[in-house]
Write a protein that binds this ligand. Structure first.
Ligand SMILES: [Fe+2]
Length: 234
């Protein structure tokens, strides 16, 4: 598998490029609108064809590049049916999305948002904002639920092999990747913590909302394409 990790410094967002080296078919996970030209240039330079855009969830902190990439390349946008109505293929837990000869397994990991998915491909786990490195996504908007997030992480992600690579949707501390075993041992919100302790910790956090929450969520429900309000009928 051809693999690249890309970063948007403005929003600390990771975008991932996966491709089948034989068929040259490529997928982008969680592209950022402002980085679409960078991503398309890389796809072109590597001799790839973008066929899939995978979204882990409806983001609140940046606008997705999914809609623009779909227009420019014809790629299929894949996400949960619980989230944005604009997606082409709505997937559920256990679905397999094919990328050439590669298989991307879909895991429903709600709790950060109700539509959150993780994707597993060839030993790499793309966790969106469910499991971050030494942290987790927040649970205080978009139908977030700390108990549900605890269950998603401990019930689905932490049951994967310890050596599984963890590739999150964001990092704010300079980390690029981790492993399931490392997070089980060292994630301060989860290692040795009960479900009740996790819920209490998450509910007691006092953090400001993301700066672009009011703009990003409506835009992302339209795959990042800003929809003009309909003209009033004469
Ligand atoms: Fe998020």
């Amino acid at each position: 598998m051809l693999f690249r990790q890309l970063f948007d410094a403005e929003t600390s967002t990771y975008t991932y490029l996966l491709a089948d080296e034989a068929t040259r078919e490529a997928a982008l996970i969680d592209p950022v609108l402002e980085q679409v030209e960078r991503d398309l240039k890389l796809v072109s330079e590597l001799g790839l064809k973008l066929v899939l855009v995978l979204e882990t969830h409806v983001h609140a902190d940046h606008i997705t590049g999914a809609g623009v990439l779909r227009e420019k390349t014809g790629a299929t946008v894949v996400a949960s049916g619980q989230g944005a109505p604009c997606v082409d293929r709505k997937v559920v837990h256990g679905d397999v999305v094919r990328l050439g000869g590669l298989e991307v397994k879909v895991l429903e990991t709600p709790g950060h948002t109700d539509d959150s998915l993780s994707f597993l491909c060839e030993g790499r786990l793309f966790t969106g904002d469910a499991l971050l490195i030494r942290a987790t996504g927040r649970t205080d908007f978009q139908n977030g639920d700390p108990g549900q997030l605890y269950d998603s992480i401990t019930g689905h992600l932490f049951t994967l092999p310890d050596e599984t690579g963890v590739y999150p949707g964001h990092d704010y501390a300079g980390h690029a990747m981790s492993t399931i075993g490392e997070e089980k041992r060292h994630n301060p919100r989860l290692a040795g913590k009960s479900r009740d302790a996790f819920i209490t910790f998450m509910k007691n956090r006092q953090i400001p909302p993301p700066k672009r929450l009011d703009v990003a969520v409506p835009a992302n429900r339209a795959c990042g394409r800003v929809v003009e309000p309909p003209q009033a009928q004469a």
